[in-house]
Design a protein around this ligand. Structure first.
Ligand code: SF4
Ligand code: SF4
Length: 438
């Protein structure tokens, strides 16, 4: 049977063999955890503890500021030893709460779970908000905002993202295999919240064990487990919706415009913890992998663990890495070193050798149109990039620069090695700046 997919896209080597068969391991606690107050799209949280204060695991240490914001919580028990700017995975130094672990790992007594069937939709959404649940596929958009669509945009179809199309990453794969019940409880809770008529879990066909297990577990309920073609970026929101439902989100639109909401499978598991156990999002599964790490692993990490700690737990480096990436190689964030801490969006830590990093010299565009064929958003990457490089902001906008999802497919296929996605990202920032100033 032909597997469903989207138009465009690329087929990079998936390189998942390093960690796909490694069972999840609990990462031991470091002495000190650095919890950034900015870990999500929207307003950063504001510290609500003081230096010297003792905190319990799961206690709120940063309060949400506004609707599009979430609180942050202590990942273990201990003492707040600093509230100051620290290296952030995004590149800058940003405010963080630093906790010296006391080794007791003692939960706060205030956390209360509930039977979801005893709660109203509003009560569930509030539990998800106060637990700080965000999209865990990388975007880190607050889940409670997505769970509150306006009445004129009802969600008829709920799609769960178990695609994990980024090369190397296997965290969601292991989550679906090893924590299936947590995932499916979250799926049921979210179906209840939205009142969705159709529920689909999309999984790339390179995870046949996860597909078979989910299909078996969903045999007696209406959840559809859909194998999808292995193609990057199959897990991008609009491409997943296209593959799973046949609907196209319009330019500048949102999934709710076509009656769809998308959540990551790991986010579904976090919703289960938030509602049924009252536990905030203080840990996640993270793949530490790549040719420059001695023992690739899928680790259950706490938010705020320094990247250097994860490397140590995985046996250290085989050599000085040529590139350090948080997330996958296509859309992850390059790191200058290992000082930054993990956040709720840290799906992977990828350590590449010098020889794994392509360094071909740039040449002139040969008008081959490979970038056009690869673009999953039907854009003209070479044109937008050229306008962006020349600061022709209105022209870049006219060619729909803002529709670019920064997937990097165009750069990947370009035989002239042009940094197309970097140029387009620059153009998008210029379009936004122009809008802000007008
Ligand atoms: S233009 Fe944007 S969306 Fe299209 S392939 Fe390039 S990075 Fe991806
Ligand atoms: S893939 Fe590269 S060389 Fe080919 S048209 Fe696009 S920018 Fe030009």
């Amino acid at each position: 049977m032909k597997l469903k997919t989207f138009k465009g896209g690329i087929h990079p080597p998936d390189n998942k063999q390093w960690s796909e068969h490694k069972a999840i391991e609990d990462c031991p606690l470091p002495d000190e955890l650095i919890v950034p107050l900015s870990q999500h799209i929207g307003a950063p949280a504001v510290a609500c503890v003081e230096v010297g204060q003792q905190v319990a695991k799961g206690q709120e240490i940063g309060a949400a500021k506004g609707f599009v914001s979430v609180p942050v919580h202590a990942p273990t028990s201990g003492e707040v030893v600093a509230i100051e700017s620290r290296p952030h995975p995004g590149g800058a130094s940003l405010p963080a709460v630093v906790i010296r672990a006391d080794g007791e790992d003692r939960w706060s007594g205030d956390l209360q779970g509930a039977d979801p069937s005893s709660l109203s939709v509003e009560e569930i959404v509030e539990k998800v908000r106060s637990a700080g649940v965000v999209g865990m596929g990388g975007a880190a958009f607050p889940a409670h905002v997505k769970m509150s669509p306006p009445p004129e945009k009802p969600i008829r179809t709920l799609v769960f993202n178990g695609v994990e199309c980024e090369p190397y990453l296997t965290a969601d794969h292991r989550m679906m295999l090893e924590e299936t019940e947590r995932v499916l409880q979250g799926v049921a809770i979210l179906q209840y919240v939205y009142g969705a008529e159709r529920v689909v879990i999309g999984v790339e066909a390179n995870k046949p064990d996860a597909i078979a297990l989910l299909q078996k577990e969903c045999a007696d309920n209406p959840v559809e487990v859909m194998p999808l073609e292995v193609k990057y970026p199959q897990g991008a929101e609009k491409q997943l919706i296209s593959a799973a439902t046949g609907r196209e989100v319009p330019s500048g639109g949102l999934p709710m415009d076509v009656g769809v909401a998308v959540h990551n499978v790991s986010s579904a598991a976090a919703v289960t913890d938030a509602v049924m156990l009252g536990r905030p999002l203080i840990e996640r599964i993270c793949t530490v992998t790549g040719p420059a790490i001695r023992e690739p692993k899928n680790l259950r990490i706490r938010i705020g663990m320094p990247l250097s700690h994860l490397v140590g737990v995985c046996g250290g480096l085989t050599e000085e890495p040529g590139k350090i990436i948080l997330g996958g190689p296509m859309m992850g964030f390059t790191q200058a070193g290992l000082d930054a801490p993990t956040t709720r969006g840290t799906s992977g830590l990828l350590l590449l050798r010098d020889e794994d990093v392509a360094k071909s010299p740039e040449g002139p565009c040969i008008r081959c149109a490979r970038c056009v064929d690869a673009c999953p958003m039907n854009l003209l990457p070479t044109t937008i990039a050229a306008y962006s490089r020349r600061d022709l902001v209105a022209e870049a906008e006219e060619y729909c620069a803002m529709d670019c999802i920064e997937c990097g497919s165009c750069s990947y296929v370009c035989p002239a090695c042009l940094p197309l996605v970097q140029s387009i990202r620059y153009g998008k920032a210029a379009v936004l700046a122009k809008k802000r100033n007008s």
